[in-house]
Design a protein around this ligand. Structure first.
Ligand code: FA5
Length: 366
């Protein structure tokens, strides 16, 4: 008895004195471990007579309980002390300057989208969005392309294999124009929005990729005419390319959702193998480049979108964001935009600290 009592006292003292988890573990093995003296003492109970056991067991059991409790308490104390020490060791001084400049960069498409939004916000346009997985009605029918319309074939659409029961085919939107319909249905007229985003067509070469970006523009109000469209696009491109000599040519064209329809070309010259926007496309050394489609919104589209064409009219445009990014920043292959090559991104990417603003400039290079 006295033996167990003194052994227990010695063990409790050693546990209290343990200054590390390792020393504590050694104490645990020495007492409660398989070959520890407490475990061995417990084993001797089996060979005792019931009377002997009744006499010996309480001391051994209470020694075990006291040691187990002391071990647990000391372990918790040592662990929390270690955590405190670690926190103190790893304190970060948030006031220190960053050790290295950030490695990531903003993709030119994201940069151009921010630039677009900044310029159009200044012209009073709100930013609208719509789903990339679209239904046939918003992508085609409501834009005056019914099921048999030949213009559907020009879009090289990616359809989803499952068709829903109410016969709306599900597809990846082929242009941002369905956002016109969604915005008019949600807000009615008057309306002034841009809708930048991803679009998809089964198409691939140096200037066509299966996924690309467009920005849609829509202005519906009373007495809006083609002159407003031309002014808006010219004002936008002058701000975007940061030069005053931008000349646009509006060329008669056809889109089922606009009437009349015009394609938008911009004058450019070739300087050292690089296309530089600016100047009249018919001037010596110059040419025209197509950058998007536009026109006055077809009355049938307004009807589909719940707007009264007798009261309201307006214009819409759709520009290829990747194309205007190539023109502004001098890339010549659209496919490289989506390869994710870090060398390309390091070269053409922008600093995340370089947010485009009208006051600081919308074209600052990283
Ligand atoms: C349209 O998509 C019409 N929704 C544009 C529009 C909107 C017209 C509103 C009238 C009113 P289009 O298919 O021409 O039109 O595409 C518009 C622009 O997207 C093109 O001028 C081009 O800049 C870009 N684009 C078209 N296909 C690709 C492609 N595969 N890869 C990259 N850019 C493309």
């Amino acid at each position: 008895m006295t033996d167990i009592t003194s052994q227990t006292e010695a063990a409790l003292a050693a546990i209290a004195a343990a200054d590390s988890l390792d020393t504590l573990e050694a104490q645990r093995l020495e007492t409660l471990g398989k070959k520890g003296w407490v475990s061995l003492a417990l084993k001797t109970l089996g060979g005792m007579t019931p009377e002997e056991r009744t006499a010996a067991a309480p001391a051994i059991q209470s020694a075990r309980a006291a040691i187990a409790e002391a071990l647990e308490a000391k372990k918790a104390a040592l662990e929390s002390a270690e955590l405190e020490a670690q926190l103190a060791r790893e304190t970060i001084d948030l006031t220190l300057p960053a050790a290295a400049t950030p490695k990531g960069s903003v993709h030119p498409v994201s940069q151009v989208m921010d630039e677009l939004a900044e310029i159009f916000a200044d012209l009073g346009f709100a930013v609208a969005t719509g789903p990339e997985i679209e239904d046939d009605w918003h992508n085609f029918t409501a834009l005056n392309m019914d099921e048999t319309h030949p213009a559907r074939a020009m879009h090289d659409t990616f359809y989803f294999p499952d068709k829903t029961s109410d016969s709306k085919d599900v597809l990846l939107r082929t242009h941002t124009s369905p956002v016109q319909i969604r915005s008019m249905l949600a807000q009615g007229a008057p309306i002034r929005i841009i809708a930048p985003g991803r679009v998809y067509r089964s198409d691939s070469d140096a200037t066509h990729t299966p996924m690309f970006h467009q920005v849609e523009g829509l202005v519906i109000d009373k007495d809006i005419h083609l002159g407003h469209l031309k002014w808006t696009l010219e004002t936008f491109f002058k701000a975007f390319f940061e030069r005053e000599d931008i000349v646009l040519r509006l060329r008669p064209s056809y889109f089922p959702f606009t009437e009349p329809s015009v394609e938008v070309d911009v004058g450019y010259s070739n300087e050292g193998g690089r296309r530089v926007v600016g100047g009249h496309g018919d001037a010596p050394g110059h040419a025209w480049m197509e950058i998007g489609g536009s026109g006055m919104v077809n009355a049938r589209v307004l009807e589909f979108a719940g707007v009264d064409p007798a009261e309201y009219q307006g214009f819409a445009f759709g520009l290829g964001i990747d194309r205007i990014a190539m023109l502004k920043y001098g890339m010549n292959d659209l496919r490289a935009f989506f390869d994710g090559d870090p060398r390309w991104l390091a070269h053409y990417g922008f600093s995340p600290f370089d947010q485009p603003t009208l006051s600081a400039g919308v074209g600052a290079r990283a």
